[in-house]
Design a protein around this ligand. Structure first.
Ligand code: IPE
Ligand code: IPE
Ligand code: MG
Length: 243
């Protein structure tokens, strides 16, 4: 897509309702690489470039929150070399991008259980989170070692430990113990690469999200694709159970 076309789509999208929060399952790095006869890690490298592009596009669009599924609790099943390659890439990405995030008033946060993330990458993450803590234009939530079922179970455990107040338990009681406490639910969820499933992503928070699936592989997903997804979202009629 040409730059001018993307700008046109951006202007068009901005005429409609801009969702506050968009969540993305960034899938298809491996297939993108295989299609080009490259190693899977090359696919993840290209995927990291897409992350950079999508953060810029989200800021131009005026999103407040962007959640990116980067590593699931199930992704530990992958070969050790791929897993360590992914975390190495993440550290490199943070070292390169944090200054730009600061400059653009973009805050970095994570959801998921960081305790299992190797120490080096975890330290880079914590540093970027700390440095961008005052930024407010856009918050990027990276889901790392994230699984929605684990998140909900952990929230219930925190509730139990805090001494359950009188029943009946309300959804809000659980909500405020989720990793996303204080963040509005995503209005739009995008999954790339043609798969049409949630893979343990934000099961609670996506209750009323509009779901958008595209065949485009994550490394090929650019600014114009995000604007197109938002325009598709703008055409949907959201009812929330009413009429
Ligand atoms: C998404 O791409 C990135 C991660 C899950 C870390 P994949 O690595 O799942 O790519 P495919 O699905 O094998 O093509
Ligand atoms: C979901 O993709 C997780 C991330 C994008 C980080 P997967 O590629 O791991 O999901 P499945 O295995 O196809 O369900
Ligand atoms: Mg995949």
């Amino acid at each position: 897509m040409q730059k001018a076309d993307a700008e046109k789509l951006l202007a068009q999208a901005r005429q409609g309702h801009i969702p506050q929060h968009v969540a993305v399952i960034m899938d298809g790095n491996g297939r993108w690489a295989a299609g080009k006869g490259l190693s899977r890690i090359k696919g993840h490298q290209a995927g990291a470039e897409s992350i950079r592009r999508i953060i810029t596009a989200a800021r131009k669009l005026g999103l407040r929150y962007l959640t990116l599924y980067a590593f699931s609790t199930e992704n530990w099943k992958r070969p050790q070399a791929e897993v360590s390659g992914l975390f190495r890439l993440m550290s490199k990405f943070l070292k390169k991008e944090t200054a730009d995030m600061l400059k653009n008033d973009i805050r970095l946060m994570t959801i998921g259980d960081l305790s299992r993330i190797p120490e080096g990458p975890r330290a880079s993450l914590e540093e970027s989170i700390r440095r961008t803590a005052e930024c407010r234009s856009l918050t990027v939530l990276v889901a790392l070692n994230y699984g929605a079922r684990q998140e909900i179970a952990a929230a219930c455990e925190k509730l139990l430990r805090s001494g359950l107040k009188d029943a009946p338990l309300q959804p809000e009681d659980i909500e405020k113990h989720l990793d996303t406490a204080g963040v509005p639910d995503p209005e739009l969820m995008i999954r790339t690469s043609g798969e049409q499933r949630l893979s343990n992503f934000l099961l609670w928070q996506l209750s009323y999200a509009e779901l958008y699936f595209t065949e485009t592989l994550w490394p090929d997903f650019g600014d114009a694709h995000l604007y197109e997804a938002v325009m598709e979202f703008q055409k949907r009629e959201r009812r929330f159970g009413g009429l």
